[in-house]
Structures are given as C-alpha cells and as structure tokens.
Design a protein around this ligand. Structure first.
Ligand SMILES: Cc1cc2nc3c(=O)[nH]c(=O)nc-3n(C[C@H](O)[C@H](O)[C@H](O)COP(=O)(O)OP(=O)(O)OC[C@H]3O[C@@H](n4cnc5c(N)ncnc54)[C@H](O)[C@@H]3O)c2cc1C
Length: 490
C-alpha cells in the first residue's frame, strides 16, 4: 500500500484495519486449500513466515505482519495466488530479496506476502548464449551458477541483492560495456494482474516488455522467468581502496575526471563517502572514503592510476572471480548495516560542478545530525557514454537513457532500529530536505532503484505517459495500483 494510504488507513481506525485483516485472512484461507500448507505459512511462528518477514534490508519493514506468506514454486502458483488475492480484495506484496527500502514495495501489513525465494531454477544455452533464471535467487547465486560456463548475467554489484533490481533498471559493474541490467532482457514470463500467464518480448506483448525493462517492479505484473543475453567473463582485477577524509577533494576531482574522460568501458568505479555516528576525537574514526575499483580483465593498465596514486590506507585489489567481486566486503554499508535503512537519489551533469556542492551539503548535514544516525553515505554512479550506447544498441528501455556522460547520486541513511515515529519522521524529513536542496539536472531520469517513494522517479522518465498507458492497459481496474505498494502513476 502507498505510504499515504497507510496513514489514511490508520486515521480511519479499527474498522478499516479489520477489513484489511479479514480480506487478507480470506485470501490466505483460500490459498491454503488451493496451494497447501507447505507453500502457505499462516502462523507468525512458522520458520518460513519468520524468515520472510524478518529478511529486509530496511529492517523497519519487518514490523509489518502479513496475514500469510506464500512461497510459489511455479508461475501457476503465482497465478493462483494473484487470483485468490483479487477474489478476496486483499492487499499483497511481491518480494524477491527484500532490498528495496521503501515501505510496502515488498512488504505488507495484514495482506498476502508473495515471497518468490523458492523459485530458483536457472539454465544456460550455449547454442544461443541465452540464460534463463527464475526470480528467487540473489545475484551472488546467479553469478556463481553461470561462472561454470564462463558467462554471467547483468545484475547487482553486491551478491545479496535480488532480481527485482533488474526491473528497476539495474546498475552493474559491467554496465559501461552492456548497458543497464534490463537492457539484456530478451523475454519475460509474466503473471498479469488478471492472473493470466503471458510472454513479454520484442515480438510478444512488446509494450509490456518495454515497460518492464526498467519501469519498476510489481506495477505491470509478476515476472516468473527472465530470459537474458548472458555475457562472457573471465577473471577480474578488483578491490576496495580506502582513503582518509583529508583526501576528499582530491578523490572527488579524480571521480569527476573518471566520469568525464574515462574511455575504457571495462573499468568501473563505485565511490562512497561514509560517515559514522562515532565521535570524531580528531582521530578520523568517523568518516572515510571507500571505492570499489573493478576491472573486467586481469590487467587494468592505467585505468585507475588517478585513484591509486592518491595516498590511501587500504588497497584490497587482486585477481578475483566475478562472484568474489560481488562478495567484496563493504566497510559500513550494505549487508553489514541491517538497520532502518533508506535511500534517496539524485541525478546530475558533470559539467556544472554540482559534485562539489553535493558532497559539501551532505557532509555538513552529516556533521550537524551526528547523534541521529548509525551511518550515512554519499555515492556517485558514473553513467558514461558507452553505457548509454550499450543500452540504445539493444533497443533501449523504459528509462530512455539520454547520452552520457552524467551521473547518478545516491544517499543512504541508517537510523537505529526502533526509533519512535516522531524522531524517525523528523530525521527523515531533514534528510529529504538536504537531498532536495540541490536541484537535479533537468532532462535526466532519476535512479529508480535507489529513489525514495516520495521522489516520483517515473515522472522524470521521458516515457512516463507511455508507461502510464501501458500500466492502464495491463492493470485496467487498478488492482495492482491500489492493492500493492510501488511506484505511483498518479
Ligand atoms: C545493499 C544494496 C546494494 C544495492 N546495489 C545495487 C546495484 O548494484 N545496482 C542497482 O541497480 N541497485 C542496487 N541496489 C538497489 C536495488 O536494486 C533495489 O533496492 C531493488 O529494488 C532490490 O531488489 P530486490 O529484489 O532485492 O528487492 P525487493 O524489495 O524484493 O523487490 C524490489 C521491488 O521489485 C518488485 N519485484 C521483485 N521481484 C519481482 C518480480 N519477479 N515481479 C514483479 N515485481 C517484482 C518488488 O515487489 C519490489 O517492489 C542496492 C540496494 C541495496 C540495499
């Protein structure tokens, strides 16, 4: 449910809440008889229920209690679940690996949680070089599987993230070579809001295929199988470099130069400026700069020299497999920081010097609000011309990426679990104001995957009106629009 609808529900009081509960219970009752108890967990003490409810990167979502958790094993199971939910007029959520930080995007309170984690079939066809996978594996599991064929699929930069990433575009270390993850989709198997199972490809339901390439998860249907163009891989030269914050401006200049001038698409960077709540004490224990340097190949040449020549305190670069690259530890973010996590995103052009303002604005806010968070990070994601060319060469996607170079920014904020609502809302509002204080560059799409629910990223897509029409065609009575969370087309 959209967070605003939740507030409305709360204001409407116990009768409304009871209606939600009983619609969910009715759907669950039907599902236990059609799918069986092995695939439907109704007790909050059932281990399957506990693990589905508890496994969110934003742990604040674990407070929500679904009426039951369904673990489908086939597209037919998903179809049965959607039809039962529709018949009961229940709320629901679709969950892959639960890394989206927005409430009710993959969590639900008093409705049906469709947890796709049991759907893990995967295959590789050496004749076509196409790969197929169901939605339940995380990227680390997929990279490990395809490695035996000397291939990989386009997905997340960290192992634990799930396949919902590709429906929101999907930035990979290989993106400067092949575009974003959804550009490599070749065919999707989709359960539509009316329960029917269809194929979406360039020749079958091409409008649906267009929308599901980066137009966001769970808006148009539930994907039960991905067929994608796989990519050849060998070893990588990759690792983390860590600098003390004294190097912040020098590193920022090097990032700027990389975004503007790097011409080697095998070279990828993921820079993060990090702040911890710990006191400074003039020991520099509260802030650092971490950068993933990832080269597709064993010899990066001079691609990263501008970074490595800046004096640093840690350098973990070595030859690694792709799975090892995705498993690289991150000092304070990612899988280690399971807390009340939120993301916000921005988009900027490199020519306007906004990067200086962005870094200083975030750092000043982080200094001023030190007692309110566990961790906060400021990330810069280059979008080089080779990435946008790679996207266009495969037919483009719902983001309709304008020619690079430009860059996305992301900010994360980890607050202590269990903050009272007033304190939580106050720090979130202040964080929002900080991010919004530097306007985004016009004409560029926001990074959907790390946008906050109120940022309205789809409205920044040049394809927005087309997506809206496609949404209305495949969800004509607004069943998904009103019964599950996700991006709004209003
Ligand atoms: C630690 C971390 C690292 C990240 N790294 C990257 C990165 O490298 N690149 C990047 O692009 N993004 C990255 N992200 C952002 C990430 O892509 C989004 O959070 C994404 O939504 C996560 O997908 P998921 O499957 O894990 O999450 P979920 O919360 O399970 O799903 C996300 C959304 O997609 C929907 N969905 C999932 N599967 C389906 C399906 N089969 N059919 C229909 N709808 C579906 C869900 O309902 C939900 O709305 C990262 C996030 C975190 C927390």
């Amino acid at each position: 449910m959209h967070p605003i609808l939740c507030l409305v529900a709360a204001a409407a009081g116990p009768v409304f809440a009871l209606t939600i509960q009983s619609a969910g219970s009715n759907a669950c009752l039907n599902l236990t008889s059609s799918l069986g108890f092995s695939r439907v967990a109704t007790s909050q003490l059932d281990p399957e229920y506990i693990s589905s409810r508890g496994d969110y990167w934003n742990v604040r979502q674990s407070v929500y209690a679904p009426s039951c958790v369904v673990h489908p094993e086939s597209p037919q199971d998903v179809s049965v679940a959607i039809q039962a939910i529709r018949a009961a007029d229940s709320r629901f959520a679709v969950k892959a690996a639960g890394h989206n930080t927005n409430n009710f995007f993959s969590s639900v309170d008093g409705g049906v949680l469709i947890d796709l984690s049991s759907m893990t079939a995967k295959s590789y066809d050496s004749a076509t070089t196409l790969a197929t996978y169901e939605p339940g594996s995380n990227w680390g599991q997929l990279y490990e599987y395809y490695q035996q064929y000397g291939r990989t699929v386009m997905g997340g930069r960290l192992s634990g993230v799930g396949t919902g990433l590709a429906l929101g575009g999907g930035l990979s270390y290989l993106s400067p070579q092949y575009g974003i993850a959804c550009d490599s989709f070749r065919e999707l198997e989709v359960v539509l809001p009316n329960g029917s199972i269809v194929t979406a490809s360039s020749t079958s339901n091409p409008d649906l295929f267009f929308a599901m390439r980066g137009g966001g998860g769970n808006a148009y249907g539930v994907v039960t199988k991905y067929t994608v163009q796989s990519r050849a891989i060998g070893n990588f030269y990759a690792g983390n470099i860590v600098w003390l914050f004294q190097q912040k401006d020098t590193v920022l200049e090097a990032i700027r130069d990389f975004i503007a001038y790097n011409t080697d698409p095998k070279a990828s960077i993921l820079p993060t400026y990090e702040k911890l709540t710990t006191p400074d004490l003039n020991l520099n224990l509260d802030e650092l700069i971490t950068m993933f340097l990832v080269y597709d190949g064993e010899d990066p040449g001079t691609a990263f020299d501008n970074f490595t020549r800046i004096p640093h305190i840690i350098d973990t670069r070595s030859i690694k497999t792709y799975k090892e690259v995705a498993d690289m530890p991150v000092p304070f973010t990612a899988e280690l920081t399971r807390a009340d996590n939120v993301f916000r995103s921005g988009v900027h052009r490199i020519e306007d010097d906004s990067y200086n303002v962005l870094l200083e604005t975030w750092r000043e806010w982080a200094e001023t609000h030190k007692a309110s968070y566990i961790h906060t990070g400021f990330y810069m994601y280059p979008v080089p011309r080779s990435l946008t060319d790679g996207s266009h060469a495969q037919g483009g996607d719902a983001m309709q990426l304008p020619d690079g170079p430009w860059y996305w920014t992301a900010y994360d904020l980890a607050t202590p679990p269990g903050l009272p609502n007033a304190a939580y809302n106050a720090i979130q509002e202040s964080f929002r104001e900080m991010v919004e204080s530097t306007p985004n560059a016009p004409g560029l799409p926001l990074f959907l995957n790390e946008a906050a629910w109120d940022q309205d990223p789809l409205a920044t897509f040049s394809s927005f009106e087309t997506l809206k029409q496609i949404k209305n065609k495949y969800d004509p009575d607004g069943f998904f629009a009103t019964r599950t969370g996700g991006w709004s087309f209003d």
